[in-house]
Design a protein around this ligand. Structure first.
Ligand SMILES: [Zn+2]
Length: 254
């Protein structure tokens, strides 16, 4: 049996399984993509997964739009934690997501990224009128958005294409070694934009703040950022010293 014969036979079986499992209503773009794949996914759930994996920028936009519909829970602020079970991010590099925190989690049937209900196949609209899917705590789209936000370097090729292979900082041609960078670095997001409302904050992890730049330009940018961080910490240490001197000056001399 040749490879193409084997694939045709395999696809026939997969298509039979998919057709059997497919509900009457199913998102058309997902089905169209599934049927056009070299390997047809045998289950509707896999078709939905594959669709969002193939459209990470769409997933990023959708996840942020869904989160905007929910808004931040009352009393929530962006905080870092050190315990494992409170759901707080341990570093400012992880996007803040209130509904992943133990104190604000909405439970089964609700997406922990955007806080909106999740339906059949992790879809974000209830096309089936079945209500929230109690087995789901993520939208399939939000899973993909979460991957993009946390490991944008996995999407370098896609972002390069989007920039037509030009360096976003230097303007020259992007080399093979070009790297993904946050326009506003995440340490500055934490330091200067912490009070930004949620989910506008998520934009700092999404496409609006992502760019691909050449490695040398990136190294220069990072060195500049490190210099400004060092200056800022010297300034704050000096301020501390001044405060201490003032305080000492007010102290009565024995
Ligand atoms: Zn979601």
């Amino acid at each position: 049996m040749t490879t193409s014969e084997w694939r045709a036979a395999r696809n026939q079986q997969a298509l039979a399984r998919l057709t059997k499992a497919l509900p009457q209503i199913f998102p058309a773009p997902v089905l169209n993509r599934a049927l056009g794949r070299p390997f047809v996914p045998p289950m509707p759930r896999l078709a939905v997964d594959g669709y969002w994996r193939a459209h990470p920028l769409r997933a990023d936009r959708l996840a942020r739009a869904l989160a905007a519909r929910t808004g931040a829970p009352q009393g929530w602020t962006w905080r870092l934690g050190c315990e494992r079970n409170d759901g707080l991010p341990t570093t400012f590099r992880v996007p803040p997501t209130p509904y992943r925190e133990a104190a604000f989690a909405r439970g089964p049937g609700w997406c922990c990224v955007c806080g909106q209900p999740a339906f059949r196949f992790g879809w974000h609209i209830d096309l089936w009128d079945g209500g929230p899917n109690r087995r789901a705590t993520w939208h399939t789209a939000c899973v993909t958005a979460w991957r993009l936000w946390n490991t944008p370097s996995d999407y370098t090729q896609l972002l390069k294409r989007l920039q037509q292979r030009r360096c976003a900082a230097g303007g020259g041609r992007l080399w093979k070694t070009a790297e993904v960078d946050h326009r506003v670095p995440l340490f500055r997001v934490w330091g200067e934009h912490r009070a930004t409302s949620w989910p506008a904050l998520l934009g700092f992890w999404g496409l609006p703040n992502l760019q691909v730049i050449n490695k040398d330009v990136h190294a220069e940018k990072c060195a500049g950022e490190a210099r400004s961080r060092a200056r800022a910490s010297t300034r704050s240490a000096n301020k501390g010293g001044d405060a201490l001197r003032q305080q000492r000056g007010r102290m009565p001399v024995a």
